[in-house]
Design a protein. Structure first.
Length: 280
């Protein structure tokens, strides 16, 4: 507003200068004709028109540059803005702004604070909502990190205290270990001797087990060998009998025995006959 007020004051001075130039250069006579007055007014109109047009163009272009800066900043934050053109012609707001400007630059006391209407985003669910949501998420994460840091500090303090207790306990254990060093050596020797005896017993037990297993294997092998020899003996006896029965002396003996048997049967029959006659 200060910049716009300064520009407006500059243009008003230029308009005043146009009238002053006209007075100094053209209004030298006491009387003028209608044509002369018309020419002077037309010339003044052209100069003032040019100055006013230049001021309006400059104000419009200045406003465009200002809005461009705002839009670039909004684009950087992924925001979309909209302007209500109808509010630019609101006479009440324009009067309030005029009064506000007069109070500001006149140094008068403010009765009421003037708060102009702010621009609103096109869609709250777009970039603005996303930005707010991200900010809330980051704030939540920051709060969680603070809580975790506080918890870590407490755990670290507890760990330091526990480390001190462990250090004291370790020192006490080392002292007891020095005291019981002699007893520990004696116990170690006894344990070593006991371990040696256990190893010897285990070795003898293993040897006895191996001897028993070997004796069992030898006994089983002897039994199998005995059975095999008996089977071979029986087969040899059968083979011998078969061979003997097939020899000539055995056959002659067998024939003689058969004849003797027949003779014995005949004698028994004849004897039986004589015994019957004697009984009669």
């Amino acid at each position: 507003m200060r910049f716009a007020r300064y520009q407006r004051a500059q243009k008003l001075r230029e308009v005043d200068a146009c009238f002053e130039d006209l007075k100094d250069s053209r209004l030298t006579d006491e009387t003028f004709t209608i044509d002369e007055v018309t020419d002077m007014l037309n010339d003044l109109l052209g100069v003032v028109r040019g100055e006013v047009e230049l001021e309006l163009l400059n104000s419009a272009h200045t406003n465009v540059l200002l809005m461009r800066q705002m839009f670039l900043q909004a684009e950087k934050w992924h925001l979309k803005l909209q302007a209500d053109i109808s509010e630019l012609e609101n006479r009440d707001l324009l009067e309030k702004i005029k009064e506000f400007e007069e109070r500001e630059f006149a140094g008068a006391k403010r009765d009421t604070e003037f708060i102009p209407k702010k621009l609103e985003p096109v869609n709250e669910t777009g970039g603005t909502a996303l930005l707010h949501m991200k900010i809330e998420e980051l704030e939540g994460e920051n709060e969680n990190l603070k809580q975790r840091l506080c918890k870590f500090d407490k755990d670290f303090a507890a760990m330091i205290a526990s480390q001190g207790d462990l250090t004291s306990e370790l020192a006490r254990a080392k002292g007891e270990q020095r005291i019981n060093a002699g007893e520990g050596e004696a116990i170690g020797a006894l344990r070593k001797r006991m371990s040696g005896l256990e190893s010897e017993i285990e070795t003898e037990r293993q040897r006895g087990k191996e001897s028993v297993e070997s004796a069992g294997k030898d006994l089983a092998s002897a039994k199998h060998e005995l059975l095999r020899i008996r089977e071979m003996l029986e087969m040899a006896e059968k083979e011998l009998e078969k061979k003997v029965s097939q020899t000539t002396p055995f056959k002659n003996l067998k024939t003689m025995l058969q004849k003797k048997n027949e003779q014995m049967k005949d004698l028994r029959k004849r004897l039986a006959k004589y015994e019957t006659l004697e009984d009669e």
